[in-house]
Design a protein around this ligand. Structure first.
Ligand code: UD1
Length: 435
């Protein structure tokens, strides 16, 4: 089985400054916060733009490191890319003249695997180094490979580079052995340019899978069924440029909802699609938190220690693994003992050792975390090991007594736009300093 990459040297890129966040906990978060565009949609839709040779304009992108890295990747292979800090990217991919992506850049993010699908779709060939990204357990891409092979591509790995080539891509029926967001999207990306029909069975149903399908259709593709577990794609020869606005980030929204509950706050999280957050809202309500859904906002109010709950992470519409770390941190101050089962990523408990330094009482047994709620956490120096662990530690810092210093902030910046500015506006006491 092909294995995934890790990102031990993520912050060692040239020009990178090590920074930390210092949070003085105890402030109640109140007010309104607006959620940025979805990172996980952005990291697929930006590369998808090169499936056409025209100009695509993508709006509502989060201004985060993963988006900036993708701009660099596309520029390096010959596209003209403009990105503004308000989240608009214009991609002219007419000048792309290579199917080879460079290790130095690709190593900087996990979702660079989408380059395989789009380069295969565009050139019938792709050479892409194994992706980087967060270390949250083994990150195989065998289902991506299975899909590309079914479409007629030959794939092998040489010196850490995935090499794929196909004389012709031909549609096929592909059954995914595991529900994989990445494989579902990657196969869609290649299949829109294949001859004939492709069916993906046991497809992922995440909102960003639907968003990518909508973007591909906006470019003239024919993708049906995204959001269900069977996606049908009719291949076409040419796609055209288009303008597209991506969906709000469900995980960022969930992070603010949890932060509101954790600080006994009253926060209205705006620019969200409440349906995407149903599993999170349901758990918060079970914990005794008040959640009020409006058209494109969710108000979260809390005035007591949350009640214990049990959570199992699952593919959408189940509880998202990406919010397990923030949620388990909130549960560390719940009344009673909560049990979390992490079904998606086996090593997604690295934040637990850190919150234990702050007074949390947690036992990990394989994929299960048993969290015995304590009345309070206490500030301490802690280290973010990955993106969502970083978000969890921010929540821990906000609800703790005293000062928390979080190192490796660059992980957090991969996925959250202006996190401390947004929290400061809600009343948090956070400063960013150089390490
Ligand atoms: C995406 C999200 C990530 C989220 C995850 C699960 C992006 C950029 N990242 O990651 O934030 O945590 O979905 O919701 O969208 N698997 C295989 N073989 C494969 C592919 C996956 O066995 O070929 C397994 C993985 O080990 C994991 C599970 O399937 O246990 C889900 O992985 P997948 O949905 O593919 O995650 P990503 O797309 O990498």
């Amino acid at each position: 089985m092909l294995g995934g990459g890790e990102c031990p040297d993520y912050w060692e890129w040239s020009g990178y400054t090590l920074e930390k966040l210092i949070i003085t906990g105890g402030n109640r978060l109140t007010g309104k916060v607006s959620v940025s565009g979805a990172k996980n949609a952005a990291v697929a839709i930006i590369p998808a733009a090169i499936l056409c040779e025209g100009v695509c304009t993508i709006d509502n992108l989060p201004y985060i490191d993963d988006v900036i890295v993708l701009k660099d990747i596309l520029t390096q292979i010959g596209a003209k890319v403009d990105l503004t800090t308000d989240g608009k990217m214009v991609i002219d991919s007419s000048g792309i003249n290579t199917y080879r992506a460079n290790y130095d850049i690709v190593n900087r993010m996990r979702a660079s695997y989408y380059l395989i699908g789009v380069l295969l779709g565009r050139f019938g060939k792709a050479e892409v180094p194994f992706p980087g990204g967060c270390d949250i357990g083994a990150r195989p891409i065998d289902q991506h490979i299975k899909g590309f092979s079914a479409l007629g591509a030959d794939i092998f790995v040489e010196h850490g580079i995935i090499k794929a080539s196909a004389k012709r891509l031909v549609g096929a029926e592909i059954y995914l052995d595991v529900v994989s967001v990445g494989a579902t999207i990657n196969i869609m990306l290649a299949a829109v340019k294949a001859e004939g029909n492709t069916t993906i069975v046991n497809a992922a149903k995440e909102p960003h899978v639907v968003d990518v399908a909508n973007f591909l259709n906006c470019m003239g593709a024919n993708v049906k069924g995204a959001g269900t577990d069977i996606i049908r794609i009719k291949g076409c020869q040419q796609l055209k440029g288009c303008s597209y606005t991506i969906i709000p980030d469900q995980i960022e929204a969930g992070t603010f909802m949890i932060a509101a509950a954790a600080t006994m706050g009253d926060v209205t999280v705006c620019n969200v699609i409440p349906k995407h957050l149903e599993s999170v809202s349901a758990k918060l309500v079970e914990m005794g938190v008040t959640v009020e859904e409006m058209d494109d906002c969710i108000r979260v109010k809390n005035n007591a220690r949350p009640k214990k709950v049990n959570i199992k992470t699952l593919p959408y519409p189940g509880f998202p693994t990406d919010l397990q770390q923030p949620m388990s941190t909130l549960l560390s101050i719940a009344e009673g003992t909560s049990v979390i089962t992490e079904n998606v990523w086996e090593a997604r408990y690295k934040h637990i050792e850190e919150i234990k330094k702050m007074g949390a009482k947690v036992k990990i047994e394989d994929r299960v975390a048993i969290i015995e709620g304590v009345p309070k956490l206490y500030g301490a120096p802690v280290t973010a090991s990955d993106l969502r662990a970083g978000a969890a530690l921010v929540i821990a810092g906000l609800m703790a007594h005293g000062k928390t210093e979080i190192s490796n902030v660059k992980y957090i910046d991969r996925g959250y736009e202006n996190i401390e500015q947004k929290l400061i506006k809600l009343g948090a006491d956070i400063v960013r300093v150089k390490e």
